[in-house]
Design a protein around this ligand. Structure first.
Ligand SMILES: Cc1cc2nc3c(=O)[nH]c(=O)nc-3n(C[C@H](O)[C@H](O)[C@H](O)COP(=O)(O)OP(=O)(O)OC[C@H]3O[C@@H](n4cnc5c(N)ncnc54)[C@H](O)[C@@H]3O)c2cc1C
Length: 476
């Protein structure tokens, strides 16, 4: 008789509510299901799949120290999982399945189907709160609705946090006698997802220990000055923990706890850097709540439904130039090249390139959302969709549609010495700090023969975007 811990986006043994609960209920087996077709449908990046596999290997070692074997199964999509679970439950005499809750329409439907299938066999299915601090739906406005504005959502979060922050759960029960079932080998690769450049292994080392080392070192060295450094892409001023949070190698409670310890337990006050970082963790929280409260956003629909009428341009060549980092706007190009090469992009730049695509090129935010998912190692439906719709002024908290970042002034302001541009657009490295933000392109004597001229006129393209929003009516 066993309990089954089904791992998904919670690849850790510490502070894992579902694992603790399963192990407290009896001898436990662990399971991970590879679903390549589903991943393709969700546009999951090859580097993200590789990161999952690498983390699964370290997870397997940690589980084996607890006496828990990790089973690996593969089916094409989530539709096959209920049947797979039914067979597993039968074969291994499983009495209960524990999971940590995932959000999104497909995820919810999958879990409902598994729950129903297992119920028919008398097997319990228990889901635990893990990805977020507060259950989605528990933070609402006075009218009982989900918040649509981050600052209002955050205020209520702080009220709740003052009552007592959610603490990490205690470590799993002591080692159980290893069952007579052996672990499966975690594959090094899944067909259809090419292994990324080996440099990513150094950049994003796998495992809970690596995540904890990164968290502690960020919290000790950068957190206090986060508010001053966080917008400078050439400076390692942010935590780079997003891939670990997305895969659940690290929990949001562990992050919050690390910040609180350094802020003498204070919320909403104390060190400015720490407050600012906790506010970012709450943006993450906000978008996950939005995903549950407004399921249309996880189905490719605009949050602000009236913006569905925007006449986005079909411009495949321009889209390609943006994707390849060849727009002629150095900061945009540097950022896009960073994304493709490392699976990650600095937050300030995500906003800059997203505004450039959706406003200056007037290309549908869904194109950008998809391309990001196909390349991000931290690709997360809620945060990615939230970020894209925010930038396109189609989402919650939408930036006023008439506010459009100018990629040249953003560059002068946040990469004043052009260090970030020099790193990613080496053909411009010889330019001085002034010219590097707006080089004379197209083979000009002072520019670079290898670098394209700007692909759009910023003033005219801005006006075109404003017009597209104005066309929506009095209140776009
Ligand atoms: C267009 C666009 C797309 C984005 N796509 C994703 C995505 O797919 N996955 C993702 O994790 N983040 C996404 N973000 C949010 C943000 O850019 C990244 O979380 C951040 O850059 C990760 O770097 P970090 O870990 O150093 O963050 P830090 O600055 O150290 O922040 C700590 C953590 O807070 C969370 N966080 C920070 N900013 C945000 C934010 N604006 N929205 C939601 N969560 C946030 C992340 O989990 C992050 O790891 C997107 C933002 C934009 C504008």
């Amino acid at each position: 008789m066993y309990q089954l811990m089904w791992f998904r986006s919670d690849l850790r043994v510490h502070d894992n509510p579902a694992l603790c609960s399963a192990m407290a209920n009896g001898p436990t087996l662990a399971l991970y299901i590879l679903t390549p077709e589903q991943w393709r449908e969700h546009n999951d990046a090859a580097c993200k799949i590789d990161f999952w596999l690498r983390n699964l290997r370290t997870l397997q070692q940690s589980l084996s120290r607890l006496g828990v074997p990790l089973l690996i199964r593969q089916v094409p999509t989530w539709a096959e999982i209920p049947q797979l679970m039914a067979e597993l439950a039968h074969t291994h005499d499983i009495r209960g399945v524990s999971v940590n809750e995932e959000y999104g329409v497909n995820e919810t439907r999958r879990d409902q189907a598994v729950r129903a299938q297992l119920a028919g066999q008398g097997v319990s299915f228990t889901s635990h709160l893990d990805q977020v601090l507060f259950p989605p739906g528990s933070i609402r406005n006075r009218a009982g609705n989900y918040f649509q504005v981050y600052s209002q959502f955050r205020r209520v979060c702080y009220e709740r946090l003052h009552l007592g922050p959610p603490a990490p759960v205690p470590p799993p029960a002591p080692q159980q006698p290893p069952p007579d079932i052996s672990s499966d080998v975690v594959p090094t690769q899944v067909s259809g997802f090419n292994p990324p450049d080996p440099s990513l292994v150094q950049l994003w080392p796998a495992g809970e220990n690596a995540a904890q080392v990164r968290l502690e070192s960020f919290a000790d060295q950068q957190l206090a000055s986060y508010h001053r450094q966080r917008d400078l892409p050439a400076t390692p001023g942010t935590s780079r923990l997003s891939p670990y949070l997305t895969a659940g190698v690290l929990s949001v409670r562990q992050c919050l706890n690390a910040a609180l310890v350094r802020n003498k337990g204070i919320f909403g006050g104390g060190n400015e850097g720490i407050v600012s970082w906790i506010n970012e963790l709450l943006w993450r929280e906000f978008y996950k709540h939005v995903l549950v409260g407004f399921p249309r956003v996880s189905m490719g629909r605009a949050f602000r439904v009236q913006t569905e009428a925007i006449a986005w341009r079909q411009a495949p060549d321009e889209l390609l130039a943006w994707q390849e980092g060849g727009t002629g706007f150095p900061l945009v190009d540097a950022a896009m090249r960073q994304l493709v090469a490392t699976g990650w992009m600095h937050n300030r730049l995500r906003m800059v390139v997203a505004m450039f695509l959706t406003k200056n090129l007037l290309i549908d935010w869904r194109e950008g959302e998809r391309f990001f998912m196909e390349h991000l190692i931290d690709g997360d439906l809620a945060a990615n969709n939230g970020g894209w719709q925010w930038s396109a002024s189609t989402g919650t908290d939408a930036v006023p549609w008439f506010r459009i970042f100018n990629p040249v002034t953003q560059s002068q302001r946040f990469d004043p010495e052009g260090s970030f541009i020099r790193q990613w657009v080496p053909e411009l490295a010889h330019l001085d700090n002034r010219a590097i933000h707006q080089p004379p392109g197209g083979g000009d004597l002072f520019g670079s023969a290898d670098y394209p001229a700007p692909m759009v006129d910023l003033r005219k393209s801005r006006e075109r975007a404003l017009q597209a929003f104005r066309n929506l009516g009095s209140e776009p």
